[in-house]
Design a protein around this ligand. Structure first.
Ligand SMILES: Nc1ncnc2c1ncn2[C@@H]1O[C@H](COP(=O)(O)OP(=O)(O)O)[C@@H](O)[C@H]1O
Ligand SMILES: [Mg+2]
Length: 169
């Protein structure tokens, strides 16, 4: 459920999509971002920070986990993890990753598909894919397609609020 096959044509639109998630997220929500290098996962997270109201100056590395960035000063703390270079659960567990899942903030994890067991059972997974060029008229190669999967009550509710936030009022 969620926002199936939504088309995102520009980086600005991707940031806006993220910002809308930042506006509706609640403490403890976990979002996974899946998609190839350069597809727009970090761009989405930048939008989430904006939506949470994080000041631009508060992007800091976590003291406990260099692969996690904490964005403070917004409505919720945003924990941004990137599992690109993490290849085993042992690597993950030794770094304190579990702590951010119970940190009362919003957790956004890039490359969550790389370590499927890292995800808590109730996670909203956002998959970003390139749009096949023939299916749209732009021909610029910048269009993305978004798929959303919720695996529990919490993530379903996040998806619902996020979708509502995207409808013009
Ligand atoms: N529709 C789009 N959505 C997201 N990013 C886009 C889009 N079109 C172009 N871009 C550009 O693609 C790049 C995505 O980089 P990034 O967000 O770091 O990707 P990732 O974190 O998935 O590796 C940025 O330079 C961004 O400006
Ligand atoms: Mg990235």
């Amino acid at each position: 459920m969620g926002v199936p096959h939504q088309e995102i044509l520009t980086a600005a639109a991707m940031r806006s999509l993220g910002a809308r998630m930042g506006k509706v997220a609640t403490p403890g929500d976990v979002v996974g971002l899946v998609g190839p290098l350069g597809i727009g996962k970090t761009t989405f997270v930048q939008g989430v920070a904006v939506g949470l109201g994080v000041p631009r100056t508060s992007y800091v590395n976590s003291p406990t986990f260099p692969l996690i960035q904490e964005y403070r000063g917004g409505r919720l703390v945003l924990f941004h993890a990137d599992l690109y270079r993490i290849h085993s659960m042992d690597d993950l567990e030794s770094t304190g990753f579990r702590d951010i899942l119970s940190g009362g903030g919003l957790v956004v994890i890039e490359w969550l598909d790389q370590l499927a067991h890292a995800a808590p059972p109730d996670t909203l997974t956002v998959t970003i894919e390139p749009m096949p060029k023939q299916s749209h008229g732009h021909g610029t190669g910048t269009a993305r397609r978004i798929r959303v999967k919720a695996t529990g009550q919490r993530s379903k509710e996040l998806a619902r609020r996020w979708r509502k936030q995207q409808q013009p009022s």
